[in-house]
Design a protein around this ligand. Structure first.
Ligand code: UTP
Length: 283
């Protein structure tokens, strides 16, 4: 039912400099795959096969990752490395992938607006390219959409003192961890935050969001904030929040990236699990 997704990957990744001076943060490895591959695999598993990357300067490594590399494939074939060859070919054919370039990184709202022609008048997923999850939350977003037929956003409870880093919502609980959103605010001061429920960066949007982004004035950091566009959307349509039930790995800074490698190494890679646990314990 939901067939399209937009993944913005055009940011400069300044919190990760100098790592990101010449390479996209979205291509940083977490254990054995780059971050964007986790994002694309979750979308595909949820049945979302048409994916638009909103890229920018210096992000070509993302295109190369999802494209065929015949020289490499030939070499692997000749040397009989069939297992990795199959994996490489699988990545080439994961999804129908499209690219558009954001002229300058003017914010997440501006980046998502580049998806308008691609999306048309369908509901669609938007996922930031630097965050992954221990479970597939795209499936949860789509499940909630089937029930509520409106825009759906993923939420997470964080310690109150951390809310200033995120978009924060207020919401009325309607069914367990499902909330009808009442208000949204981007990076509030801790004492002014409406709650400790933050927006994680995974959205299922009504196509009306594009009209609302156009009406959105630059906000925090002089950027076009998607949270501000959602606030305008809320004046006309419902937005439902789904509190996630799994771990979120925000790879926007070095600590987040290191933590993702250790936790995913332990939790998802049986071949490293015991060794890594022992290694960390003995440090
Ligand atoms: P971030 O705000 O975390 O990315 O956006 P950033 O701007 O690269 O990070 P810092 O603050 O400079 O370290 C989340 C996602 O949205 C994309 C980023 O590439 C990242 O994957 N993004 C952000 C865009 O595509 N365009 C933008 O204008 C801003």
């Amino acid at each position: 039912m939901i067939k399209k997704a937009v993944i913005p990957v055009a940011g400069f990744g300044t919190r990760l400099l100098p790592i990101t001076k010449a390479q996209p943060k979205e291509m940083l490895p977490v254990v054995n795959k780059p971050i964007v591959q986790y994002v694309v695999e979750d979308l595909v598993e949820a049945g979302v096969n048409n994916i638009l990357f909103v890229t920018g300067k210096g992000k070509q490594a993302i295109e190369n990752h999802f494209d065929a590399n015949y020289e490499l494939e030939c070499k692997l074939e000749r040397s009989g490395k069939t297992k990795i060859l199959e994996e490489i070919k699988r990545i080439n054919n994961l999804a129908n992938i499209y690219y558009v370039r954001q002229k300058e990184p003017k914010g997440l709202g501006d980046a998502i607006s580049y998806g308008e022609q691609f999306v048309g008048d369908e509901y669609f997923i938007a996922m930031v390219g630097d965050t992954i999850y221990s479970e597939n939350i795209v499936i949860d977003l789509i499940k909630a959409y089937k029930k509520y037929k409106c825009s759906i956003i993923a939420l997470e409870r964080v310690p109150k003192e951390e809310v200033y880093k995120y978009g924060v919502v207020s919401g009325e609980p309607i069914n367990g961890k499902i909330y009808r959103i009442g208000d949204l605010v981007e990076k509030p001061k801790v004492e002014e935050a409406p709650s400790n429920l933050i927006i994680t960066g995974a959205y299922l949007f009504s196509p009306k969001i594009f009209e609302k982004i156009k009406e959105t004035k630059p906000g925090k950091g002089e950027e076009i904030q998607i949270t501000d566009a959602m606030k305008l959307l809320l004046e006309e349509e419902d937005i439902i929040g789904v509190e996630i039930d799994c771990r979120r790995y925000d790879i926007g800074d070095v600590l987040g990236w290191l933590k993702a490698n250790v936790e995913i190494g332990v939790e998802k890679c049986p071949e490293f699990k015991e060794y890594l646990k022992e290694f960390v314990k003995n440090m």
